[in-house]
Design a protein. Structure first.
Length: 207
């Protein structure tokens, strides 16, 4: 859901995309075909070898396996939207004293991990992209420890149609990941539908 949609959007925004990791290669090929851009299907290893940035968008239980398949990710920017959820997606298995993003960074210490996109439901992504030229854009928080990789992430966020909000170092994922459970509550438990994004407004300080 996240990888397929974001990959499609980035292909349409002009990026070269490799869709990887699914039980069916046919699905990856279909995604590449329907993206209508410079996109193809490949293995996680092929994607990791050639890409400037990798989107990690798998269930928490699949992280070790997908990293193994990706191989050497030294120096790569890994943008992760993966949340550390339990098997039935009802609760975070890491929170408060650490975050999924920090635990991921420990697994791949030579990669440059940025946490982004995990705070919005996949159902809203195409709507945001369609309205990317509107003056008022929804916000999207991201965090990471290294400025160059955060710049790459911010560009990818802008390409989708969000206004990137730098929330600080990777440890801030301790706050953004539980925030997603609030977004999920609003998106999936009400009657209004999951096409939900958020926007922060700042007000000038009165002197
Ligand atoms: N969905 C959302 O709205 C949303 C929002 C925010 C954050 N997130 C987070 O983003 C991450 C991805 O979520 P998602 O909903 O996008 O996931 P998903 O679509 O259910 O799965 C992601 C990919 O993993 C593949 N996969 C699953 N099990 C596999 C296996 N055993 N072998 C090979 N490939 C396998 C799926 O392929 P198959 O086609 O074979 O299943 C799919 O291509 C999660 O950590 C989630 O918590 C999701």
């Amino acid at each position: 859901m996240m990888g397929g949609k974001l990959g499609t959007i980035w292909a349409r925004a002009g990026h070269e995309i490799v869709f990887s990791y699914a039980r069916s290669e046919q699905k990856l090929k279909r995604l590449a075909r329907e993206a209508q851009g410079n996109a193809r299907a490949g293995t996680p290893g092929e994607a990791a070898r050639e890409a400037d940035a990798l989107l990690l968008a798998v269930h928490w239980s699949r992280i070790d396996e997908v990293l193994k398949q990706a191989g050497d990710v030294s120096g790569k920017v890994i943008v992760s939207c993966s949340l550390p959820m339990n098997a039935d997606d009802t609760d975070l298995v890491i929170a408060h004293t650490s975050s999924g993003a920090e635990e991921l960074a420990k697994k791949v210490p030579k990669a440059r991990v940025v946490s982004a996109f995990g705070t919005v439901p996949s159902e809203v992504l195409f709507d945001v992209f369609e309205r990317r030229r509107n003056a008022t854009k929804p916000s999207l928080v991201y965090c990471g420890d290294e400025s160059k990789s955060k710049k790459t992430a911010a560009e990818l966020i802008r390409d989708v149609g969000f206004d990137p909000v730098d929330a600080g170092p990777l440890r801030v994922a301790r706050y953004t990941e539980p925030f997603t459970l609030l977004i999920a509550q609003l998106a999936y438990e009400g009657d209004a539908g999951p096409e939900l994004a958020y926007r922060f407004e700042r007000f000038a300080r009165k002197r």
